[in-house]
Write a protein that binds this ligand. Structure first.
Ligand SMILES: Nc1nc2c(ncn2[C@@H]2O[C@H](COP(=O)(O)OP(=O)(O)O)[C@@H](O)[C@H]2O)c(=O)[nH]1
Ligand SMILES: [Mg+2]
Length: 259
């Protein structure tokens, strides 16, 4: 894809870049983009679609005629949330005028676009990663069954073992990153699926960036299906186990060297 020529026709010099990864979000994407646009923030929107068979990208193309700040990255097949977000970071950072802040969110209305200004406000105060948390004081989940809450809670506890920090909701997908942070970590991101949320926090903490969490209300999607499958959960667990083992090995080697 030639980003230069695409940039020529679009208004992509905004302060905030919003990444919307989509796979089969035809029922949600138009309303979501229109709501983001109605916030009147200085944003560029990057939709990364994996050739959704339900025609998501055609809807976004139609919206491009109305709004000049929408960029589409279309991939040939479903490649996973982690690679979509990482490609999104790389695409926004490669723009002639990269955004100062990058927001990621689900394209299914689980995350409320009206939370975006609150996230960006903290980024402007100097935080490099602000997470919209469901489990800190004031945070909530709506319409999630007990099984889904349990999976999410256990995933967070697993994640703490490789983060070395008890961030209440480090698996949340609603976030704002400073581009300073992304420049520092983007080439070290290798996640394929949902483990991207842990890998980004881990890389941020390792490099001493400032991480904060603000409470949000997360509402389970009303339209379309969740793409979280057993395979995604398996990949998440294997990322945690592999990372923990690598950490233990590194510690062991360091201890042996200084004996
Ligand atoms: N481009 C792309 N987007 C994906 C993929 N998997 C999930 N998504 C999107 O990532 C977001 C989170 O997925 P979702 O199904 O809502 O997961 P859940 O909130 O954990 O149930 C949604 O906007 C999905 O459409 C993928 O493989 N490729
Ligand atoms: Mg979702």
């Amino acid at each position: 894809m030639n980003l230069q020529s695409i940039e020529g026709n679009l208004k992509l010099d905004s302060e905030i870049g919003i990444i919307l990864p989509t796979y089969c979000e035809a029922a949600n994407i138009e309303k979501l983009i229109c709501e983001i646009e109605s916030l009147n923030l200085n944003t560029s929107i990057l939709v990364i679609d994996d050739s959704s068979p339900d025609g998501t990208v055609q809807i976004v193309r139609k919206l491009q005629k109305k709004y000049s700040n929408i960029l589409i990255l279309e991939r040939p097949c479903k490649k996973g949330l982690g690679t979509a977000i990482t490609e999104g970071f790389k695409t926004l950072l490669s723009l002639k005028h990269p955004p100062k802040y990058v927001v990621t969110m689900d394209a299914d209305f689980s995350h409320n676009p009206r939370d975006i200004p609150r996230l960006v406000q903290l980024a402007k105060k100097g935080y490099d990663l602000i997470i919209g948390g469901r489990y800190c004081a004031g945070g909530r989940t709506e319409r999630w069954g007990p099984m889904r809450v349990l999976i999410s809670r256990v995933a967070n506890m697993f994640a703490w073992t490789v983060l070395g920090a008890r961030i209440p909701d480090c698996t949340s997908g609603l976030r704002c990153y400073s581009s300073r942070l992304l420049q520092g970590i983007v080439n070290n991101l290798h996640s394929e699926t949902y483990e991207i949320q842990i890998e980004t926090v881990r890389q941020a903490i390792k490099r001493g960036f400032h991480v904060a969490e603000i409470p949000i209300t997360f509402a389970n999607r009303k339209s379309g299906k969740s793409k979280l499958t057993f395979n995604e959960i398996r990949q998440f667990v294997s990322y945690i186990v592999k990372t923990k083992l690598e950490d233990c090995f590194r510690k062991f080697c360091t201890a042996s060297t200084y004996k």
